[in-house]
Design a protein around this ligand. Structure first.
Ligand code: NG1
Length: 461
């Protein structure tokens, strides 16, 4: 029998999962080995989609679907990772200053990304990798993968906390969030920091208003009669393939929009749209879009020659800065500048309005903002799909106050905001009008805002 330190953030099933993993861990590490257990939730984003990598705010909630890790410190310098889902094979890698990734798509790259992030962070503060120890790590993930619910962030956050805990390294949650924010870059996605921040800083019954540069999170109470239905389209939003190149292309388009807008407004050194918004505080999104429209064509050639000419920099310099040392490859489609900027800037205004709507309990307004967000994502950001569009229509038709795709899109899930009394109707409609005709196993649930990640100790038998 192992006893876990009580922590109200963990529900009974999560403690059971930890106890199960602890039995496996003890079989390897010995009955007396001190064990730590970590819980890190996934997240669903209410609004503020594709804004985080422009340094603009988001409004997610951490959810009651989590990754649990149990880890034992080892004397070796190997990290050995086991997954309770045996379709994710056992992996083992050595601790070193620069850890080479596995092949693209390998699940354990997220563990490597987390460990690499911690090594970089602590090495910069004088803790050398040679002083760090390896661990046996046992993972049980219950955040649906590739569904827009940040299973990857739950895995990187839990891995980072486990690695730190076995090495006696500590950080306040906000600093840990900043540390792991860039972890997905290791796997080749130029993601922003929303997912990791939500997983680390979540609070029960609250959404989180998250701002970046510097990272800051303010809890926003969810109105008592609000319920969130999350439904998976069954269309896999796989970040290791096509979705990743679409995502990274959007990142480049947004960065270009920022520089072109800064040039039009004579703003000097600007990298992301968040810089522009910060400098032009009194300007509305529509005014910024008009300024951009007056200055550049809506579409630019993908070779970056035209963009370089407009910005007065060489094509090669621009490529070096925007394409992350050629990790991003652009195909032959023209780059969309105006539409992408219009989405990001208008979405930012919606996030601020959404915070007020939630604080004032105006769920109708919140629903409208979510609907507007979906329309903008579909038309201007072009990251919705026919299935996601069908699902949001279906949820709204059955009484949801608002519904939108959540996460990067190109598949994955929708989130519908409902009054508690309407939830059953919305779920029944999704089952009857979306899942049944498409022949897809229903995958929808009512999710609750849950606490952020935490570490507990499991005492020896
Ligand atoms: P999902 O699709 O949930 O992985 C992605 C990014 C976020 C954010 C959203 C769009 C990753 C790991 N996360 O979320 O940072 O940019 O898209 O708002 O790529």
């Amino acid at each position: 029998m192992s006893t876990a330190t009580p922590n109200p953030a963990w529900d009974a099933s999560e403690l059971d999962r930890a106890a199960f993993l602890a039995r496996e861990a003890r079989a390897f590490a010995g009955a007396d080995a001190p064990l730590i257990a970590v819980r890190a939730p996934g997240r669903v984003n209410l609004i503020g989609e594709h804004t985080d990598y422009s340094g603009l705010p988001v409004l997610p909630v951490a959810i009651d679907r989590s990754v649990i890790i149990v880890a034992a410190r080892s004397l070796s310098r190997e990290i050995s990772v086991y997954n309770s889902d045996r379709s994710y094979p056992h992996r083992e890698f050595a601790l070193e200053r620069k850890i080479p990734p596995y092949a693209t798509g390998d699940w354990a790259n997220y563990v490597k990304a987390a460990v690499q992030g911690a090594i970089d962070h602590f090495a910069a503060r004088g803790v050398e990798v040679s002083a760090m120890r390896g661990a046996r790590v046992f993972v049980d993930g219950r955040v649906p993968p590739a569904a827009g619910l940040s299973s990857s962030a739950a895995l990187t956050v839990s891995s980072a906390l486990a690695f730190m805990a076995v090495n006696g390294l500590e950080l306040p949650a906000i600093d840990a969030a900043a540390m792991v924010a860039r972890s997905e870059w290791y796997v080749g996605t130029m993601a922003g920091g929303m997912d990791q921040a939500a997983s680390l800083l979540g609070q029960r019954d609250h959404a989180l208003f998250i701002e970046f540069n510097p990272l800051r999170a303010i809890p926003v109470k969810m109105p008592i009669d609000a319920a969130l239905v999350v439904a998976d389209s069954g269309e896999v939003a796989d970040k290791s393939g096509k979705v990743r190149s679409e995502y990274n292309r959007r990142v480049v388009e947004c960065r270009l929009a920022a520089r072109l807008l800064a040039r039009a407004l004579k703003l000097g050194d600007v990298q992301i749209l968040g810089d522009v918004v910060g400098l032009m505080k009194n300007w509305k999104a529509s005014e910024l879009v008009t300024a951009l429209k007056g200055a550049v064509p809506d579409l630019l050639s993908p070779d970056l020659v035209q963009a370089g000419a407009l910005l007065g920099v060489s094509r090669d310099d621009l490529a070096r800065e925007l394409l992350d040392d050629s990790r991003i490859v652009l195909d032959s489609r023209p780059l969309e500048i105006l539409k992408r900027a219009r989405h990001v800037l208008s979405e930012t205004e919606r996030v601020f309005r959404a915070v007020i709507a939630l604080e004032e309990g105006r769920l109708d307004e919140m629903g409208r903002l979510m609907n507007d967000s979906h329309r903008s994502l579909a038309e201007d950001f072009e990251c919705s799909t026919a299935r996601l569009d069908r699902m949001v229509e279906c949820a709204r038709g059955a009484g949801a106050l608002g519904a939108r795709l959540t996460g990067a899109g190109f598949g994955g899930s929708i989130v519908a905001l409902c009054r508690s009394g309407d939830v059953d109707r919305v779920i029944a409609a999704l089952d009857a009008d979306y899942y049944a005709p498409s022949g897809i196993e229903p995958a929808r649930a009512i999710l609750h805002a849950s606490p952020g990640a935490s570490v507990i100790e499991i005492a020896a038998a």
